[in-house]
Write a protein of this length. Structure first.
Length: 319
């Protein structure tokens, strides 16, 4: 597929539609202030979908509103192999900068965005999450991790995936099924290796109970506008520095976790129906957001729509 014959004012919609068909529902917007020119090739090997995209600077995002409407797509694991240009993936409060030659993992069941700041060439692999056979917690911990050709499984996995993407069209169905199994096995190995590396480099297992207590504390005090790493550290009689160390292996900063949990609470409340419906600003203040403008920006960044639009979408779905 190519955008060459598509009118300029329809190119963003063209890319959103065709990438959504090839992978999972996503939104595509240009980053260079001009229509996106490029081409897309997509092939299937057994249960693995491989799409090769070469295009101008763009953002590919999967906001929560799209995920909520996507009831037919089985949970997928995505792997982006960067051939040329850079990619910047954001998911679960992590920001991963992927250089040419590297790869990054992501989970399609949670919101994410991938920025390609300049013209780029990438291979995107999607396969059902259940086929990896790894706990969801482990996948959540390593999503957004960059792997280069010089580390971990990179020296084996990257050449294999790159070669597979370039030759996917040439395999028969039986061979494609076997290769798909190899992809799943290699990615399971990668997740296990990354999980082990995070565990080895993070806090000792004896501190898991403290991480749990901190998470519970955050959930109990979300409505407190003063909730912060400083107040959390004080409540648990530890230093702020040690608090941040505890959460290094969790893959998210404490401040980002607070904001993420507050946004989740707001989204849940805004989707409820009832005879008396609180205003958006009331919901935001109830969950610790002091400034409405900041709340609106943060909500849109995660869910892809404004709080009011989110409420309207949920109401329409319920009718």
């Amino acid at each position: 597929m190519t955008s060459a014959a598509v009118p300029d004012d329809e190119k963003a919609a063209f890319w959103s539609r065709d990438l959504s068909r090839a992978l999972v529902p996503v939104e595509v917007v240009p980053l260079a202030g001009q229509p996106i020119e490029g081409h897309l090739a997509s092939h299937r090997l057994g249960y693995v979908r491989i799409s090769t995209l070469e295009a101008d600077a763009a953002r590919v995002s999967r906001p929560a509103a799209l995920i909520a409407r996507d009831r037919r797509t089985e949970p997928q694991v995505g792997v982006g192999v960067q051939v040329s240009g850079r990619a910047v993936l954001e998911q679960d409060g992590r920001r991963a900068e992927v250089p040419a030659g590297g790869l990054v993992l992501y989970d399609t069941t949670r919101p994410y965005s991938i920025d390609y700041p300049e013209r780029f060439h990438t291979h995107l692999f999607h396969l059902p999450r259940r086929l990896l056979g790894v706990p969801e917690r482990e996948l959540r911990r390593v999503a957004g991790t960059v792997v280069t050709p010089a580390e971990g499984c990179g020296p084996v996995l990257l050449p294999f995936l790159s070669t597979l993407a370039g030759s996917a069209h040439s395999y028969s169905a039986p061979v494609g099924d076997r290769l798909a199994g190899s992809v799943a096995d290699l990615l399971s190995t990668l997740v296990a290796q990354l999980t082990a590396a995070r565990t080895a480099g993070g806090p000792r297992p004896r501190n898991d109970h403290l991480v749990r207590r901190v998470r519970e504390h955050i959930d109990r005090h979300l409505s407190d506008a003063e909730l912060s790493p400083e107040t959390i550290a004080r409540a648990h009689q530890i230093s702020v520095r040690y608090l941040h160390r505890l959460f290094e292996s969790e893959g998210v900063t404490v401040s980002r976790l607070i904001q993420q949990r507050r946004l989740d609470a707001c989204a849940q409340e805004l989707r409820r129906r009832g005879r008396t419906v609180p205003t958006v600003s009331t919901v935001a203040q109830r969950w610790g957001f002091v400034h409405p403008a900041h709340f609106s920006r943060a909500f849109r960044a995660v869910y892809g729509v404004s709080p009011s639009e989110w409420r309207a979408l949920r109401t329409m779905e319920a009718e």
